[in-house]
Design a protein around this ligand. Structure first.
Ligand SMILES: CC(C)(COP(=O)(O)OP(=O)(O)OC[C@H]1O[C@@H](n2cnc3c(N)ncnc32)[C@H](O)[C@@H]1OP(=O)(O)O)[C@@H](O)C(=O)NCCC(=O)NCCS
Length: 150
């Protein structure tokens, strides 16, 4: 498997991006402002992440996603580790990531990769998403922000 930055002429892998963010409108609002990285196995794109500069010296990891058949075999961890490396190389001081209160696996993954919870935006998902999101039997209401110093 190889991880590389997507060229500006290439189309972002929307099917994968939609696994991480169910709103096409939300994805469209940030995809062009950030760098999209893909994980390839042969000719297949099996993973993606987006890095989006936010505040000064801070970059946000958005939209980490692994193709469903390939999940659970360490690719997610490799993508997050790669994003941290790229952010560090670019000279950012902080990397942030957000997920939902119901995203138990994602909260585990990010904390295993060194992120710590810094903020809870209560009712973020209830306010910004039209459809109700339910994961692990939990309604996704609150946005959990995690970060780590680089
Ligand atoms: C989240 C996602 C990217 C993870 O990718 P993956 O390739 O399946 O993850 P990995 O195989 O690298 O495993 C990640 C780690 O989290 C751990 N983990 C996952 N679910 C867990 C749980 N419920 N409890 C404890 N640990 C858990 C795994 O054990 C693993 O840690 P380990 O290597 O120490 O065992 C993938 O499931 C995905 O694409 N989901 C849909 C899109 C999405 O939700 N993206 C995130 C948006 S915030």
């Amino acid at each position: 498997m190889e991880i590389r930055k997507l060229n500006s002429e290439e189309t972002p892998p929307y099917a994968l991006l939609l696994l991480a963010d169910p709103s096409k409108e939300m994805i469209a609002s940030y995809i062009d402002r950030g760098d999209c990285f893909i994980a390839e196995k042969g000719k297949h794109i099996i993973g993606v992440y987006v890095l989006l500069p936010t505040k000064a010296e801070t970059i946000e990891l958005m939209n980490v996603a692994v193709a469903e058949q390939q999940q659970g075999s360490g690719i997610g961890k490799r993508l997050v580790t790669d994003a941290i490396r790229v952010a560090k190389e670019k000279g950012y001081k902080t990397i942030e990531v957000c997920t939902g209160n119901s995203s138990i696996g994602q909260l585990a993954l990010y904390q295993k990769c060194g992120f710590r919870i810094t903020r809870v935006d209560r009712d973020y998902f209830t306010k910004h998403y039209v459809e109700v999101i339910v994961e692990n039997g939990i309604v996704c209401r609150d946005r959990i922000r995690l970060s780590q110093d680089l």
